[in-house]
Write a protein that binds this ligand. Structure first.
Ligand SMILES: CC(C)(COP(=O)(O)OP(=O)(O)OC[C@H]1O[C@@H](n2cnc3c(N)ncnc32)[C@H](O)[C@@H]1OP(=O)(O)O)[C@@H](O)C(=O)NCCC(=O)NCCS
Length: 273
C-alpha cells in the first residue's frame, strides 16, 4: 500500500524506508520485470515494468533481456537508496513526478453536469492534444524521437478515452479523464488547447463537484515537476504537494549488455530487497 490516508482525509508521504516501486504486484516473490503488452505496442519495443526491487535478481533479469527492450521503474523520491541502486544498474533518471492532492471535506458540490464514459476526439484534436502534453518520461528520453513520444502521447490519450472505467468531462477545446476507487479519484489526463481562458478550471470544478457528490475523500493527480504550468494550475485549484516519484529508464542494447557482463561498479551491496 504505497499511499495511505491519514486519520484525516488526505494521503501521506510513504515512510522513507519504503523501497517498493509503484505498481508492485507481488511483494517478495516473482520476477522483477513484468512485460507490459499494451505499452510494448505503444513504444514499438518490448516494454517491461520493474515490479520488484530485488537488485541482484533485477541485475540477472536485465542481462538476458531482448535487445531494444525498455524497462521502466518508478520509486518514491524519498527512496534514495533504490534510486542509487537503479542508476548503478544502468538505469537513467528521466524525470521526477510530483503528486498533488486535494481533500473534499466541506466541499459543497454544485452538480450541474455528470461525466461521460465515452468520449471521442477527431484526428486533428487528438494530434493537437498529443502535442499539448510536452512533459513525460518519454519526452526526456533521448532514445525517443519527438515523433515517437508524440505517438506515445496519442496512444495514451486514445487508451484513456476508450477506457470505460474512466469518467470524462469535455468542455470547448478541453477534456479531463479520471478514475474513481478506494474513496478517492485519480486524474489521469487534463488538456486544454485554448489555454488560459478558464477552461481547465471549469473542467476541474466539474471533477471536484462530481467527486464530492460521490462522497469521495480526496482527488489526486501526478504530473512532471518540469510541467510548471500544470503545477501552478493544480495549486490554484487548491491541490497541495504530497510527494515525488522518480521515473527511471533502462534500455537494453548490445552496449548495455557488454557493460552488464563486466559487472556494475557502483559500490552498493544490495543488502535489501
Ligand atoms: C494545465 C492546463 C490544463 C490548464 O488549463 P487552462 O485552461 O489553461 O487553465 P485556466 O485558464 O483554467 O487557469 C486556471 C489557473 O491556473 C493557473 N495557470 C494556468 N496556466 C498558467 C500558466 N501558463 N502560468 C501560470 N499559471 C497558470 C492560473 O492560476 C490560472 O488562474 P488565472 O488565469 O486566474 O491566473 C493546460 O495548461 C494544459 O492543457 N496543459 C497541457 C497538458 C498538461 O500538461 N496537462 C497536465 C498534466 S496531466
Amino acid at each position: 500500500m504505497p499511499w495511505q490516508p491519514l486519520d484525516t482525509d488526505m494521503p501521506r508521504m510513504p515512510a522513507s524506508n519504503d523501497s517498493r516501486p509503484l505498481g508492485q504486484t507481488a511483494p517478495g516473490k516473482g520476477p522483477c520485470l513484468i512485460r507490459q503488452e499494451p505499452e510494448s505496442e505503444m513504444c514499438d519495443r518490448p516494454y517491461y515494468q520493474v515490479a520488484r526491487l530485488d537488485f541482484p535478481a533485477l541485475k540477472a533479469e536485465l542481462a538476458v533481456l531482448p535487445d531494444s527492450s525498455l524497462c521502466v521503474a518508478r520509486v518514491y523520491g524519498l527512496d534514495i537508496e533504490s534510486s542509487r541502486a537503479l542508476t548503478g544498474l544502468g538505469f537513467r533518471k528521466m524525470c521526477v513526478q510530483t503528486l498533488f492532492a486535494t481533500g473534499l471535506a466541506g466541499h459543497q458540490p454544485d452538480l450541474t453536469a455528470l461525466p461521460v464514459v465515452d468520449l471521442d476526439l477527431d484526428e486533428d484534436s487528438l494530434n493537437r492534444h498529443a502535442s499539448n502534453f510536452r512533459f513525460s518520461n518519454f519526452s526526456f528520453d533521448p532514445n525517443f524521437s519527438t515523433e515517437a513520444w508524440a505517438k506515445c502521447n496519442r496512444w495514451c490519450i486514445k487508451r484513456h478515452l476508450a477506457d470505460h472505467t474512466a469518467f470524462k468531462f469535455a468542455l470547448k477545446s478541453g477534456f479531463v479523464s479520471f478514475r474513481v476507487g478506494e474513496g478517492k479519484a485519480i486524474i489521469d489526463l487534463i488538456s486544454v488547447l485554448e489555454a488560459r481562458q478558464g477552461i481547465g478550471a471549469a473542467l476541474m470544478a466539474k471533477v471536484l463537484d462530481f467527486c464530492a457528490a460521490q462522497g469521495l475523500a480526496w482527488v489526486e493527480v501526478v504530473t512532471d515537476c518540469e510541467n510548471l504550468t500544470a503545477c501552478l494550475f493544480y495549486q490554484k485549484m487548491g491541490f497541495l504537494l504530497f510527494g515525488s516519484i522518480g521515473v527511471f529508464h533502462f534500455h537494453q542494447s548490445a552496449r548495455q549488455r557488454t557493460r552488464g557482463s563486466k559487472g556494475v561498479q557502483h559500490g552498493r551491496s544490495f543488502s535489501h530487497s
